[in-house]
Each structure stands twice: as C-alpha cells, then as structure tokens.
Write a protein of this length. Structure first.
Length: 536
C-alpha cells in the first residue's frame, strides 16, 4: 500500500553561496496511514529542519535544494501557496516545540481552536466555539469551558502544549507533525501529553511524525524509528529493532546515553583515583525545618515548608520534583543566595542560616552553584580564560599569572586549552556547562549545588557531563546537592534521593530504595513517567 507521506532525496541548505550549510543531505523516509514514526537525533542533526520543510515553514535563510515531498499523491513542493495553506491545518496538523511562542498571546485559547475550525471546516462561529470547548476537554485539559476563555499566559506549559495539540487535531487531519512537543515539560506532564497525542492518533487513524532528541520517548511511542546525524539518516527500523540491536555507532551511543533506557548508577571512569574524604560519612550539611514564603496575606505563596535532610561528605543528595515543587528554592536557600524564613542550615558543624559580612564571603569559597543554563550564567563578553580566572582573582588565589591554574581547571573538566580565548557563544552547550563547572571548582569548594545542570543538553552530552561530575567527585571528594525534575538522571548519579511536591518532602531514602520500593503514590507516578520505561 502506498505510504501517506513519501520523502525522497530531500536536501535543505541554510545560507547561500560560499556560506551555505547543508542541514539535510538527501533524506528518504515514509510514513504510513495510522503509523507513528519518530525522527531522532541530537541538536543540529537536521530533524526539526525536516519537520518544517515538509509543510514549507522553513525560516527565510533556509532553502529546499532538492528532493520531493509527496503527501497522499500530491507533490507539496509544487503545490501553490493558497492550496498549501488549506492543507496545513486541514489535512496536516503541526505541533510546534515552544507553546509560549506559538500561541497568540492576545487571543483566548478557545478562539484559537475555533478559528482553525471556521477556516478549514467552514463551521459557523457558535458551532466552532462549542466544538473548541469539546476539543479542549478531549486533549485532557480540566474545566474546558473555563479554560477556553483564558489567554495563553494564564495556562501552565503543559496545558498550553495540550492546546497546541488540540489545534493540530481540530480538523481530524490525516497527518500530524510534532516537533519536540514535550521537551520543555516535566516527566509526568510529558507522559500525559504524549498519552493524549497517542490516543488521538489511534482514535482518528492519524499518522504521526514525532521529532524528538530523546530516544527513550521514541521507544515508548513509535512504531518505527529514524535516526539522524549531521543531516543524514544513519539508521531506521522498527522501535524494537533499533533498541535491541542498534547497528550504527551513533545509534549505539544514543541508546547507551538515554537515562530512561539505562538503570545503571554511573561509576568513576577507569583510571580515576578516588579520594576518600576526611571524616567520610559525617554530615557536611544538615537542613532542618527550612521554609520560604513569597508575598503576604491572601497572596502569600508557601514555596517551601518544613524541609529536613542531611548530606554526608563525599555523597550526592538529589532533590527531585516537578516545576513549582520547591526544589530550586530549597537549593538557593542552602547556598544562601536567598534567605530562609524558618529553619536552620548547618554546614560543617556551624549554623550558617544567618551569617553575613566576611563570614558569608568565606562561605562563598566553600559552597558553589552550577546553574541550568550556562549561557545565561556566563558573561557573554568574557573569554573562557577570564570566566574561570574571575573567582580566583576575586579571592586572591594564585598571584600573578593565573593561566596555569586555569589550564589545570580546563583539563579537570576535560576541555582543550585551545578554548581559552573563546567566548561562550563560540562553545557548544556541553562545553559551556563544563566551563561553568570549572569556574565553580576554581575555589576548591566542599559543596557544589547543581541546579538542573543537564536538563538543557542532548542525551549523549548529558551523559558526558554526568560522568564528569561522578569523576570529579571521586577525584576531589566533592559533595553534591543535585536538583532535577528527571528521575532518569537522578537514578544515574544519586546516593540518596528526596521527592518534593508542593514545597514539602514526601519521602526520602537511598536511591536504591526509592527506585525499587517507593512508598508514596506520587513517587511511583514519577518513576512510571520516566521515558523508556515501557521499552524496558
């Protein structure tokens, strides 16, 4: 039977002339009716370029240089613009990656769905509005009548993404192209959104082209997987085939790196000399009754309430929870970036809850923070050498030429000295995060607070950074407070885990116990939402 979508020899370039860069290099793929095909690859692999090229929504600097895109017998490359607009939204739905930039902020979300129905189905205004409310309910948004009258900014990221799915499925299209539809969502919200998308595909017989960087998500959802690297397809086959016996080295690396497909705890790399910290297993940090409230009166928001935990020296303690759980607020209080309202923080036997002045300055040497987005936390005007040397200079470490110290720090985070004179914009995401880690290690801290340090990275780069953290901990006896919404990552790096929700710790224990015998229903839900769990 002829496939619904046939792509042959597709080539897409960015730029022109000598500056042209081939983003997609002769790609062939097919999607059958009712089939879910996942296109998997890391940033820069060309997968999102394919998604946009299929419906001719490429940016101005991109050009389709060759190949054919045939949808249900029609060559979309030769279809007039007016006819293509009728096909988009009517017979081909598109779910973009970022709902915050894809919904009209000036229109109520119900009206945005209704507009699609009026345009492509010819429904009267009242009928379209009524159907829009039904669709909002079908994509799993609670109180659909209320939500239909709200603006995008009044909805959470997960609800906005469901609205986009509702728009894509409004006209019961033959094909839906979903470009990283859940990459910015918490694990449980991601699962609910993907469940809804999969159920709609099954109910309407819709074919889905799912674009994702996460092989574990593809493993859970796709009938077939297409793996892309540097603009080319390097492997394709059924999900079971690709996962159980990946043939290409790149696919093998993706499978090995996907947290959801690997339950192993990372160990120090062979050859790393482990340092046993002084007073091993003694508490370095003790947190008791910690609390934080924002606002006052009726507008008061209790972000963290009565949090208790202890971190022994040389270990990794992880706080896990979804957005708004209070985990990052807790981390910032521990690092004394923000003050706590209640409770105490004891560091190395001394109460640091209210310290200030010179005592606080010295504390900054002993507690360092690595943030989620290194591009936002590194000064874009400073070279790598200056970024790493800045804390050394601030505390008078290493008189005169500090270049040897900076070079040594670069070597510790496995970066080449050739990067010393580059700016953050000239580095990859993984390289920027390693520079942030080197900067944090410059003052030889005892505690490193890692706030979502790998959530913005591709899975293989993510694994490299996690392995680096494990190696550095072994080499220097570091203690980590690790913050993440991703239990798959937590499982790879943690000694002990605490699960947060609504500002409280629901349960805590050894990582082995939390994953093998969770006592709280919410923890079980988080574990069940780890992408790839269905494939194991």
């Amino acid at each position: 039977m002829t496939a619904l979508l046939q792509v042959s020899g597709l080539r897409v370039d960015y730029g022109a002339g000598r500056r042209a860069h081939a983003a997609v290099r002769g790609v062939d793929l097919e999607v059958g009716r009712g089939e879910i095909v996942a296109v998997v690859g890391e940033s820069g692999s060309g997968k999102s370029t394919i998604a946009h090229a299929l419906v001719r929504l490429l940016p101005a600097e991109a050009r389709i240089r060759g190949g054919a895109i045939v949808f249900d017998g029609m060559d979309l490359g030769k279809t007039p613009a007016a006819a293509l607009r009728r096909i988009r939204g009517g017979r081909i739905g598109f779910v973009p990656q970022d709902p915050s930039h894809s919904l009209n902020p000036l229109m109520r979300v119900g009206e945005q769905i209704a507009e699609t129905l009026r345009r492509h189905r010819g429904l009267a205004r009242a009928d379209a509005a009524a159907r829009a409310v039904e669709i909002i309910g079908e994509v799993g948004v609670p109180d659909p009548e209320l939500r239909a009258g709200q603006y995008p900014h009044e909805l959470s990221g997960g609800l906005r993404q469901r609205i986009l799915i509702g728009i894509a499925w409004a006209c019961e299209p033959d094909l839906v192209i979903a470009d990283e539809p859940t990459s910015a969502l918490d694990a449980t919200v991601q699962r609910h959104v993907l469940d809804r998308m999969q159920s709609l595909a099954l109910a309407h017989g819709t074919a889905v082209l799912l674009v994702t960087h996460d092989l574990a998500v593809a493993a859970d959802r796709a009938d077939r997987i297409v793996v892309m690297e540097k603009g080319e397809i390097v492997e394709s086959g059924s999900a079971a085939e690709v996962l159980s016996a990946p043939a290409h080295p790149y696919t093998q690396r993706l499978v090995a790196a996907a947290p959801g497909l690997n339950s192993r705890r990372l160990s120090p790399t062979a050859g790393v000399v482990e340092r046993v910290p002084v007073a091993a297993d003694a508490p370095l940090l003790e947190v008791s009754g910690l609390g934080k409230t924002y606002g006052s009166g009726a507008r008061a928001l209790r972000a963290v309430e009565a949090v208790d935990f202890v971190i022994p020296r040389g270990t990794t303690f992880s706080l896990v929870g979804e957005s708004g759980s209070g985990k990052s607020t807790t981390a910032r209080m521990v690092a004394r970036i923000i003050p706590s309202d209640t409770g105490s923080i004891v560091f190395d036997g001394a109460d640091i809850t209210g310290v200030g002045g010179s005592a606080m300055r010295q504390l900054r040497r002993r507690i360092q923070v690595v943030y989620q987005n290194p591009f936002g936390s590194l000064d874009p005007r400073m070279t790598v050498a200056r970024l790493i040397a800045e804390p050394l200079q601030a505390f008078g470490v290493g008189r005169g030429d500090r270049t040897p110290i900076v070079r040594d720090l670069l070597a510790q985070v496995r970066l080449s000295p050739d990067l010393l004179h580059r700016l953050p914009s000239q580095l990859s995401g993984g390289q920027r995060q390693r520079v942030a880690i080197a900067r944090a290690l410059a003052l030889r801290p005892e505690l490193v607070v890692l706030d979502e340090p790998v959530s913005a990275l591709d899975v293989s780069v993510q694994e490299q950074v996690l392995q680096l953290l494990v190696d550095l901990q072994a080499e220097h006896g570091l203690t980590y407070l690790f913050i993440s919404h991703d239990l798959g990552v937590i499982r790879q790096i943690s000694d002990r885990v605490a699960v947060m929700r609504g500002g409280r710790i629901l349960e805590q224990g050894t990582a082995e116990r939390i994953f093998s015998a969770p006592s709280d229903a919410y923890t079980r839900e988080l574990i069940g939402a780890i992408p790839g769990a269905r494939a194991l």
